[in-house]
Design a protein around this ligand. Sequence first.
Ligand SMILES: [Fe+2]
Ligand SMILES: [Fe+2]
Length: 318
Amino acid sequence: MPALAAPPPIRTSAATPPPTPPRTPPRHHPPSDQVVRDAIADISHIATLPEVTMRIIELVEDPNATAEDLNKVISHDPALGARILKVVNSAFYGLPGQIGSLNRAIVLLGLNAVKNIAIAASLAKLFKGGQVCNGFDARDLWTHCVATATASRMLVQRLKLPLRDEAFLAGLIHDIGIMVEVQAVREGFVEAIEAMRADPSLSLREAEAAWLGADHEQFGMGVCRLWKFPTAFVNVTGQHHHPWNLPSESRQLASIVYVAQCLSSRCGHSITMGTEPMQPRVDVLDELGLTEADLDELATSLPAAVEEAEAVMSMGGG
Ligand SMILES: [Fe+2]
Ligand SMILES: [Fe+2]
C-alpha cells in the first residue's frame, strides 16, 4: 500500500491562549429534529439563501426550463453573471477563447452545468463571519468546502461520471450545516469548539451533539430541505461522514464527497483541528471503483487545483 502523505500540522497559532477547562455540556436538549427546526426558523431571519440562488434552484428542478429562463434570472444580479463567466472561463473548463456571454456558456457547457455553476457562484456570500472563536474561522471552512468541491469534481472525472458540476456543488455545500450553527446557535457552537480544543479526542459531531443537541449534518439537511435542494444534495449534507448509511442506489454523490473530504484533509484543508479523517473506508473506495493509487495521484494534483478554484470562487466581487 502506498504511503500516506504526512498529516497536516494541527492548526494552532502562537497567539492562541490555552483552552479553557472543559465545561459540562447542557444535560437536556429537545429532540434533535426540534433543535434543527428552531435553528432553521431563526436562520430564515438571519441569512437566507440569496433570492437569485433560490430561483436558479427552482429552475434546476424544472425540466422545461430554457437557457432564456436562466438568463432572465441571472440578469437581475450582474455581479453574479460576471462571476459565472469567470468560472466558465477558468482553466478548468479549457474552453476555446474567452466566453463573453451566458448564452454562449450554456451552448458550450449545457444548461444544467451552468445552473450548477450559478448556484455555486452565489454561495460564497453565506460563508462570512471570519474568525468566530479560537479554533474556528469561517474562512477555513470556506477553503475546506472549496477544496472538497474541487476534489469531488476531480473524483467524478476520474470515474468518468457525468456529474462534474453537480459534484462540485455538492462538495461546496456539504458542511453548510456548520454555517447554520454559526448563525443560529452561535453560543453553543463556540462552546462545542472550546470543548474540542480542551479535549482533542472529541469529534466535531460529538461536540455538536452534546452542546447543541444536533450535529452539522442534521442542520445541513434541514437547511437544504428549506432551500428545496434536490434529494441528492440533502443526502450529501446529511450523510457525508457515513454515506454507507444511505441505500446503495442513492449514496454515490455522498460517497464521492466523503472521499473528497479525506483528500482535502490530506492536503491540509480540514475545517479545524483535523476534523476529517485522511483515510476513507476501503469498502467505500471499492464501491466507487477507486484505488489507493488513484487517491495518491489526486492528492498530488489537488493543491494547485484548489488554488485555482479559490481564485475563481473568491468572495470578493459580489
Ligand atoms: Fe467537511
Ligand atoms: Fe462535515
